[in-house]
Design a protein around this ligand. Structure first.
Ligand code: IMP
Ligand code: MG
Length: 179
């Protein structure tokens, strides 16, 4: 599909399945090298990161476990500036090395909130892996350690990313078409 229409907005094809797959390969390789002979707890941020997390973990060769946290900051095509934790982390994470798995880092509000939650749990270290990163929108100082693809400040969907819950099932990534 070259274009999709959701709620009267037209989205055009932007990042292909091959590009997604090869960028995930690079992220996985960097993590496998960085944490060689170590154990990592991946914390994936629902809902958006479910597809990226599944494909990333298939390429991870180090010892690992995975857990999920549900956060929400977007309504429609806008960030609300507030981050709500909808499903929390219940397990003991004391002393573990965490890699946060995000679909996209935009303003960084979600990341800051998650760091606060994880620091309360006395983790040993926190790094972030994200499929997409919008450097122009990012307003925080936390490092983004493993980035799949940097994109301009545009609204995208597909491959887990949604517009009002829709579009997550698309296998490639689309961007909002300028009218
Ligand atoms: P942040 O807290 O502003 O960094 O936003 C992070 C979350 O907002 C991501 O995990 C996504 O769920 C959502 N988000 C940010 N940009 C987009 C976008 O372009 N399309 C769909 N969701 C987005
Ligand atoms: Mg998300």
């Amino acid at each position: 599909m070259q274009e999709v229409e959701i709620h009267n907005s037209i989205f055009e094809s932007y990042i292909t399945e091959n590009e997604i797959d090869s960028s995930i390969g690079k992220v996985a390789e960097a993590i496998n090298v960085e944490y060689q002979d170590q154990h990592v707890v991946f914390i994936a941020v629902l809902n958006g990161s479910f597809m990226f997390c599944a494909d990333l973990l298939k390429k991870i060769t180090i010892s690992c476990t995975v857990s999920f946290v549900k956060m929400q900051s977007y309504e429609g095509q806008q960030t609300t500036g507030k981050v709500n934790e909808l499903i929390g982390l219940t397990e003991d994470l004391k002393g573990v090395d965490v890699v946060i798995v995000e679909d996209i880092v935009d303003t960084g509000n979600t990341l800051v909130k998650l760091h606060e939650l994880l620091n309360h749990k006395s983790v040993n270290s926190i790094k972030t892996a994200t499929l997409l990163y919008k450097p122009e929108a990012y307003k925080k100082n936390l490092p983004i350690d493993f980035v799949g693809i940097e994109i301009p400040n545009e609204f995208v969907l597909g491959y887990g990313l949604d517009y009002d819950g829709l579009g997550r099932n698309l296998s490639k990534i689309y961007k909002l078409k300028k009218q």
